[in-house]
Design a protein around this ligand. Structure first.
Ligand code: 5GP
Ligand code: ZN
Length: 113
């Protein structure tokens, strides 16, 4: 398996894990763009958002709700936080195993660059 996030999920590459359960792992981004920058990933390999099917609807819901819970645990529910899925090159996707970015702890500009 050549996928970086599959290797992190399997524990073959270290990461600072902040949550895990039977379906999801969440860990700190190695190059954080905000005081909180967590990646929420499914244990199952799905390369991009384009590969999602109806079978994944529950999984994606869990990713969003878990990211929200992690931001809330850091106190960012009221001040605000951002969740991002990048899909393919023009959006800046560099790791082809879907992941939800959860960013919080500073003001974030809109529109994104
Ligand atoms: P993308 O650009 O695909 O949306 O996001 C990939 C993210 O994975 C980037 O924010 C990048 O910093 C992060 N990343 C890349 N390699 C590693 C790694 O080995 N460990 C961790 N924890 N994060 C990584
Ligand atoms: Zn993978």
């Amino acid at each position: 398996m050549s996928c970086l996030f599959c290797k992190i999920v399997a524990g073959e590459i270290p990461a600072v894990r902040v949550y895990e359960d039977e379906r999801l792992v969440a860990f700190n981004d190695i190059n954080p763009q905000a005081p909180m920058h967590v990646l929420v990933v499914p244990r199952v390999h799905v390369a991009t958002l384009n590969d999602l099917t109806a079978e994944h609807d529950g999984l994606v819901g869990e990713m969003v709700r878990r990211g929200t819970a992690l931001a809330k645990a850091r106190g960012f529910d009221g001040s605000g936080f951002r969740t991002v899925f990048n899909c393919n090159a023009q959006a800046g996707q560099t790791v082809f195993h879907i992941h939800l970015h959860v960013l919080g702890g500073r003001a974030l500009a809109w529109p994104p660059g």
